[in-house]
Write a protein that binds this ligand. Structure first.
Ligand SMILES: *Cc1c(COP(=O)(O)O)cnc(C)c1O
Length: 362
């Protein structure tokens, strides 16, 4: 069996050690005669799995006591509605920074429930940078400021958490969760779809400060009320059991590897290999302002659409898959999440050099 290097933006690679562990436990988890997939979510075995997953996540992310961890469904896209339904309820206003398509979707969805305001955007330059946010730009009455921490499609990220002067900060961290340490106490809500850096698709992680729970709009469906899930330990209804189990294994994998400080070092090393090459290449160029470069998603172009296509298909035949850029940007994008081994990036760069030598007219 040959495993390829999968540069998909999500769903994406999972650590091989985790897949092997899951494989070894597939038919029988522990000594309970059944797979985790077949277990009642009300069983004591499953309760131990979900409790353990939460405990390890709290440990590696250093989540303060006054925050709840919720394991939900519906993807990050459901949070675009769930956040305003639950917390856009004091002044009914919220501010948004538009740094890409996901940030824009969050803004548009919130506009359906209250006064959403875009305070800055980088759309004028195809979202190739992150606008600077200063406290004076933020409405002091806003129920929250929403940001998208890492912009999966465009390959930018916040390297500093914006100062909000006390306004609650909410962040979509779908494509950067667990890639480096994050100061949870600076946020009211953090949310992420799991399929980028945590688990198979189907799980959404929400980390929410307790005082933001219990103030939802009356129209909020029961299933979209944070309180429902908080009061029931994420088991108001059947949770995505198997995804939570895999997430738990991934959390342990990170912990054993040395935690998020170590994860960050590895991710910086990996990203540097690729960015250094892009900066030195005559054929390939990064598309993003250097200081805002993502550690996770690296878009690049040759400047020639036909050559881009040729590169993507040549790469595929060599086992580097899903390098085609998002349809809105074109070119290529290499997503190098936690599970992408350093050799995957080294070999990709070696292949890019080879392609450049063969196809460049320099
Ligand atoms: C992938 C992604 C989403 C959408 O996630 P779903 O789980 O498919 O709803 C939202 N925000 C960001 C930053 C993403 O990367």
């Amino acid at each position: 069996m040959a495993r390829i290097y999968n540069f998909s933006a999500g769903p994406s690679m999972l650590p091989e050690a985790v897949l092997k562990r899951a494989q070894s436990e597939l038919l029988e988890y522990g000594e309970c005669g059944q797979s985790v997939m077949e277990m009642s979510h009300r069983s004591s075995e499953y309760q131990a799995i979900i409790d353990d997953a939460e405990k390890t996540l709290r440990e590696i992310m250093n989540i303060p006591e006054n925050y709840k961890v919720l394991f939900l469904q519906g993807g990050a896209s459901t949070q675009f509605a769930m956040v305003p339904l639950n917390v856009m309820t004091r002044s009914g206003k919220a501010d948004f920074v538009i740094t890409g398509q996901w940030a824009k979707k969050a803004y548009k969805e919130a506009s359906r429930y209250g006064k959403a305001r875009a305070i800055a955007t980088s759309e004028d330059e195809t979202f190739s940078y992150v606008p600077k946010i200063t406290p004076d730009m933020i409405d002091p009455e806003a129920d929250y400021l929403h940001i998208c921490m890492n912009n999966t499609i465009y390959g930018t990220r916040y390297t500093k958490i914006p100062e909000t002067n006390g306004v609650t900060l909410v962040a979509d961290i779908s494509s950067c969760i667990l890639s480096e340490p994050i100061d949870v106490s600076k946020f009211g809500i953090l949310y992420a779809g799991a399929q980028k850096n945590v688990a198979p698709a189907g799980l959404t992680i929400v980390i929410i400060r307790e005082d933001l729970i219990g103030r939802a709009m009356d129209i909020t469906p029961t299933m979209l009320n944070y309180q429902t899930h908080s009061e029931n330990g994420s088991m108001f209804n059947t949770p995505p059991c198997y995804c939570i189990y895999i997430a738990g294994l991934v959390f342990k994998w990170i912990k054993e590897l040395g935690g998020l400080d170590e994860m960050k070092k590895i991710n910086e090393k990996k990203a540097k290999i690729l960015y250094d090459f892009l900066d030195s290449s005559k054929m390939f160029k990064g598309t993003v302002k250097k200081e805002d470069r993502s550690l996770m998603n690296v878009p690049f172009v040759t400047g020639d659409g036909e050559l881009d296509k040729k590169f993507v298909s040549a790469a595929k035949t060599r086992g580097f898959v899903n390098l085609k850029g998002h349809r809105s940007v074109g070119g290529m994008r290499a997503s190098i999440y936690n599970a992408m081994p350093i050799e995957g990036v080294e070999e990709l760069v070696r292949f890019m050099k080879e392609f450049e030598d063969k196809n460049g007219n320099v």
